[in-house]
Design a protein around this ligand. Structure first.
Ligand SMILES: [Fe+2]
Ligand SMILES: [Fe+2]
Length: 245
């Protein structure tokens, strides 16, 4: 893991730094909270920009594993590592192991909604097309049983969404189209390793994947967030999730 920078010297020194919730978590709000925060601005009070002392400080050139260590929530970290370890132990290809390692990455510190698409967008500049495709399509294919390979509708989804939940037409369409794709089995194996991956108390050392990441993830020299890629801003959002703008 890259060394974190020193803990002194945060931006906006001497000011009280307010954070505001992201709009996507409070759609159709009546504006009361934002008005209250805006009213507090003054010579000593500003909105947060830059490193938040409440969060672990990221290195200047963050790597993929830095996000696992310093940003992602524990449940997502365990889930991704357990999925990838299952695939690794089963002798699957590095493409599949990488897809497992990255498949829910947006849940780590960005956004849950439409997580397959957000996760794929995050990693697309750095992985093979096949890995990004599998990550994107797993969201829809998780809903589509395929008994020919022993994949049934996930019991977890019955619990999460209720027995009567039916995915919307665009997700059903996406799943059917993905089923006909030449990389279908890549994603299907990912979903097979995804199902059984929530084991409490089982921890997997992220460093186990260092070599596979080295061969399959084009880590930018400038660090994730600073290489000008189409998803750099998404990595920056995870580095500074509380920036006001
Ligand atoms: Fe997922
Ligand atoms: Fe998952």
């Amino acid at each position: 893991m890259t060394q974190s920078r020193d803990k002194d010297a945060y931006p906006q020194a001497g000011k009280r730094r307010m954070t505001a919730p992201q709009p996507v978590t409070m759609v159709c709000n009546d504006g009361a909270l934002e008005r209250e925060l805006l009213a507090q601005m003054g010579p000593d009070t500003v909105f947060m920009m830059g490193d938040n002392p409440a969060l672990p400080r990221m290195p200047e050139k963050p790597t993929l594993l830095d996000f696992f260590h310093l940003r992602f929530g524990a449940i997502t970290v365990n889930h991704l590592l357990q999925s990838a370890k299952l695939a690794l132990d089963a002798g699957h290809s590095e493409t599949i192991v990488m897809a497992c390692l990255l498949h829910d990455i947006s849940n780590g510190a960005l956004i849950r909604t439409d997580h397959g698409y957000w996760s794929a967008q995050l990693v697309r500049p750095y992985v093979s097309e096949e890995v990004a495709w599998a990550v994107e399509k797993h969201q829809a294919l998780r809903f589509l049983p395929d008994e020919s390979v022993g994949y049934g509708y996930p019991e977890a989804y019955v619990k999460y969404f209720g027995e009567d939940y039916v995915p919307p037409p665009h997700i059903q369409r996406e799943a059917q189209e993905a089923r006909k794709h030449r990389w279908y089995m890549t994603c299907r194996i990912l979903t097979l390793n995804d199902v059984y991956s929530f084991q409490e108390g089982l921890t997997v050392d992220p460093e186990l994947f260092t070599d596979i990441i080295g061969r399959n993830f084009k880590q930018p020299e400038e660090g994730l967030g600073f290489d000008g890629s189409p998803s750099a801003h998404m990595w920056r959002t995870m580095i500074w999730p509380d920036n006001f703008l």
